[in-house]
Design a protein around this ligand. Sequence first.
Ligand SMILES: NC(=O)c1ccc[n+]([C@@H]2O[C@H](COP(=O)([O-])OP(=O)(O)OC[C@H]3O[C@@H](n4cnc5c(N)ncnc54)[C@H](O)[C@@H]3O)[C@@H](O)[C@H]2O)c1
Ligand SMILES: [Zn+2]
Length: 399
Amino acid sequence: MARMKVNRRGVTTVPVRLGVRSYPVEIGKGILSKFGKRLSELQLTSIGMKVAVVTNPLLLKLYGKNLIHSLRAEGFTVTVIVVPAGESSKDLVWVGRIIDKLVAGKFERRSALIALGGGVIGDLAGFVASAYLRGIPYIHVPTTVIAQVDSSVGGKTAVNHAKGKNLIGAFYQPKLVFADVEVLNSLDLRELIGGLAEVIKYGVIADARLFRFLEANMERILGRDPDAWLHLVSRACAIKAAVVSADEREGGRRRILNYGHTLGHAIETATSYRCYTHGEAVAMGMVFAAQLSVEEGLCGVTTAKRQYDLIVKAGLPTVMPDLSSAAVMHAMDRDKKVVAEQVNFVLVDRIGRVRIETVERQRIRSALKSFRQNIRSRFGRDNRRFEAHHGGMGRTFVH
Ligand SMILES: NC(=O)c1ccc[n+]([C@@H]2O[C@H](COP(=O)([O-])OP(=O)(O)OC[C@H]3O[C@@H](n4cnc5c(N)ncnc54)[C@H](O)[C@@H]3O)[C@@H](O)[C@H]2O)c1
Ligand SMILES: [Zn+2]
């Protein structure tokens, strides 16, 4: 795990070590108003200190003013670029519109682009920063759990194409990631819990202590205790930073981050992204991956049960209520992870350690068929807690 440091003001710094492309991820409570000063210290921008803040209307209202004020107080000239909230803004049309604003504002190589938002704003602004003038400094101020623990670290940027998600993109590392966990207070509970699925994932793939912390502190976490979140975001970033430093472009080790995602992506595709958040789909994917690990003889039922219990405790779904295994298998087949009759699967050895295995397609198909039944009979519970939160949505599938 990347080593983290905590300074006098309680800000945790996680270094992402990538040679000349290295950068810090800084995580703190109520630090948004210090952003201008921090950026100024980095001396990324040239005389005139031109920066553009890319955000959406809600975030501009909630946090933009504070952030922009802190930038102006340090002498930056700030251009604000507002894009509509939601995944549909992550496309080439908005890339073009943002670039138009940068050209009109005479942005140069040493002007910086700041993304204030979740994964959508981060992926979009990061991609623009990678392309404009062949690359200008980029900083992400992540505002969702997904962005704070996942998308802001690692340098993957992308926009969607009509034919597929994230089809157009680049590896482009930011100069700084500046995460204030207090902004998570305004996040929709379902978004918060969805992001928590990725944190659980980090515990399972690399950090048994983080997993125990999640088991012992779920009430505080769901109650948005800032100290609990400071801990979660810091540990998650440290794990992602270590994995990314070892494998920047997803050749080998980085693939362990896909734990729960093979089935998760298939569920999202099979339901046309309409029923579950990404994290919810990943939660079900993790339950399935652990069951497959038991069936393949890699881990014991106790390990799978511990993960299952934590997922239930978090209020995440565990099984696919009305989704046929055939529909999911079909979606998985279309996914790039399928090589001939084998599928690359991240499987669990024990909490804190996973491995990548190729599994026969046929084995997955039969495991999927018995998935629901097995989980219910083994662990005796189902999606009740999740459905109590979300009114049983997820029952109205489009196959
Ligand atoms: N680059 C990567 O490595 C990577 C990794 C994971 C996901 N992603 C991408 O990230 C995107 C999903 O990101 P996301 O889950 O952050 O969604 P998002 O960026 O769409 O944000 C979700 C919603 O929450 C709102 N919101 C954001 N911050 C808020 C706050 N603090 N308070 C209140 N509301 C807030 C947003 O306005 C939006 O409506 C997808 O496009 C996905 O492809 C990228
Ligand atoms: Zn994910």
